[in-house]
Ligand binder design. Structure first.
Ligand code: FPP
Length: 264
């Protein structure tokens, strides 16, 4: 966030200036939790004859932009799909670049996240990540744990199926130990075993670059999310693109399986 922060500082002090909600959006009907599949970094780079990894670098800028806008507009949580359990299959060079990028971004941005009251958490199987990155993650999570602003969840080495299996196993272990009656396993008990425990389910999923699939992202949590798919490539995702997604969301009638529109 450092570069954007430096340019967005208000003259009154250390706080960056807040962006006001654009006309046309209703503050009371904004999604509380937005999830995003940041797709199209490679294509963005290819279109410019750049190496794929330059797309990821620019993708970080788009993520920082999106986080700041969501925070300014009072959205409660942003959950981004940064690295899937399947992404290890990419060329080794690209994987190493991404791990180094996560480390660099965390080290550079932690102070800004702290100052802006962002609570950051990394969701996924973190033990497989390089140990330096794990340490940075643990430090960032603990330093921002008490922050009162937006919840920023970064899904890293995350897979929806793996998360569901892990939850089922945790419950089975409790049953095997005699600590849990199988009859007590309900949706709430299951959700409490997911990486997202304690977080409300996303109201809106945004996927960039036009692909129309979930790609193993938040399979349980997205059950009732509204989907917004845009052709914009992730590095180009900006304020007008986010406004478009929010307007699309506000045009929907959410019924959660019932017949009447519901305001959750
Ligand atoms: C998908 O585009 C994007 C990724 C796999 C990486 C996304 C990661 C970031 C933007 C960095 C986030 C950093 C932090 C610290 C949170 P793609 O490569 O699949 O694009 P393509 O489909 O065009 O090839």
């Amino acid at each position: 966030m450092s570069r954007a922060l430096a340019t967005a500082r208000s003259v009154q002090g250390n706080r960056p200036s807040l962006r006001t909600l654009p006309a046309g959006l209703e503050a009371a009907r904004l999604p509380v939790h937005v999830a995003v599949i940041m797709d199209g970094n490679g294509r963005w780079a290819r279109q410019r004859n750049l190496p794929r990894v330059m797309g990821h670098r620019e993708g970080v800028e788009a993520l920082k932009r999106t986080l700041r806008l969501c925070s300014d507009w009072g959205i409660g949580a942003l959950t981004a799909y940064a690295f899937s359990t399947e992404n290890w299959n990419r060329p080794g060079e690209e994987v190493s670049f991404l791990m180094a990028l996560f480390e660099r971004v965390l080290a550079l941005e932690l102070a800004a996240l702290e100052q802006e009251q962002v609570r950051i958490r990394f969701l996924g199987d973190l033990q497989q990540l390089p140990s330096g990155l794990q340490e940075l993650i643990a430090n960032a999570e603990s330093r921002t744990a008490a922050n009162t602003g937006i919840h920023f969840n970064v899904c890293t080495n995350y897979g929806g199926r793996r998360e569901l299996v892990r939850a089922a196993r945790a419950l089975a272990e409790q049953v095997a130990r005699g600590d849990l009656d199988p009859a007590a396993i309900d949706e709430q008990a299951f959700a409490a075993q997911l990486h997202t425990a304690g977080e409300r389910d996303p109201d809106l999923l945004i996927r960039t670059s036009g692909e129309q699939r979930l790609s193993n992202f938040l399979l349980w949590q997205l059950a009732y999310a509204e989907l917004h798919i845009t052709d914009v490539l992730w590095p180009d995702f900006d304020e007008p693109a986010l406004v478009q997604a929010l307007l699309d969301y506000q045009s929907r009638q959410r019924r959660f399986g019932g017949v009447d529109s519901v305001t959750p």
